[in-house]
Write a protein that binds this ligand. Structure first.
Ligand SMILES: [Zn+2]
Length: 267
């Protein structure tokens, strides 16, 4: 490839990227979208099924599993209502909510695109109560419905110069599957303990509080909950320290968001 061809190819990629930006109807922020929501939902479904068959899922009759399901449904209902009221119901098309509790010492929970949620039993001693669990699920589910993983995946695809054309079956492309797994793999790489960048974390805290409040849970529980998370200290993986809102900073921002969140809380 000569210089001119290279320049033309680069310009093509940048132009493609520019046209592949979409304004998020809820946050108002422009996001790169090189992969479609249905593509990531398809990959998520495959990974979620694989995860559930290779990890010890608590039986549906387990009292904590019942609680996880109850909280998850209430948060999902609140999100459906909020998105509907904001003319963004189509964002949730393809969502088929599932909530599972998995036996694991890990202090974690996550939600994949399409509404596939897992809570680890190791989180429950830190949440201590149903309201704090609602705070966590509000936060984690916001990452999914706000398209954070998809945006991060798109940014990585662009950085690696991988062109994703139209309806290419991403699941058959080892490069894209690899990037999907980096962003979503249900390992220590995702979830409460290994957050996204500050921008995403702030959005997840902001809308997560609103959704928890709409679901009937007191958003003020977020402050003691995140203080308990902060107190875990050394148990947190070191990677957390690099790109994570400092705990005090997060608490201050949560306090600032509280008056708005409380307007959604009817008790
Ligand atoms: Zn987060």
């Amino acid at each position: 490839m000569n210089k001119h061809h290279l320049a033309a190819a680069l310009a093509g990629v940048l132009l493609f990227a520019e046209f592949s930006c979409a304004r998020n109807p809820i946050t108002g922020r422009k996001q790169l979208a090189l992969v479609s929501e249905s593509q990531v939902q398809g990959m998520a479904l495959t990974e979620y099924k694989k995860f559930l068959t290779t990890n010890p899922v608590a039986p549906a009759t387990n009292a904590n599993a019942i609680m996880v399901n109850r909280v998850g449904r209430r948060i999902a209902d609140a999100i459906t209502k909020y998105y509907g009221e904001h003319g963004a119901a189509d964002v949730l098309s393809g969502y088929n909510w599932e909530f599972n509790l998995v036996e694991s010492k890990e202090v974690n929970a996550w939600c994949m695109p399409g509404g596939k949620v897992v809570v680890y039993t190791g989180l429950l001693p830190v949440t201590q109560n149903e309201t704090a669990l609602a705070i966590v699920l509000g936060h984690e589910i916001t990452h999914a419905v706000a398209g954070h993983g998809r945006e991060k995946m798109s940014n990585q695809l662009l950085a690696q110069g991988i062109q994703v054309a139209g309806d290419v079956a991403l699941g058959n492309n080892p490069n894209t599957v690899n990037i999907f797994n980096q962003v979503y793999a249900p390992t220590a790489q995702v979830g409460v303990l290994l957050p996204y960048s500050r921008k995403y974390e702030y959005e997840a805290d902001h809308y997560g509080l609103i959704f928890a409040a709409m679901a009937g849970y007191d958003p003020r529980e977020a402050v003691p909950f995140w203080k308990r998370m902060a107190a875990l200290g050394g148990e947190k993986p070191p990677v957390l320290l690099s790109d994570h809102p400092a705990d005090e900073d997060r608490i201050a921002k949560l306090e600032a968001l509280m008056p708005e969140a409380l307007t959604y809380y009817k008790h």
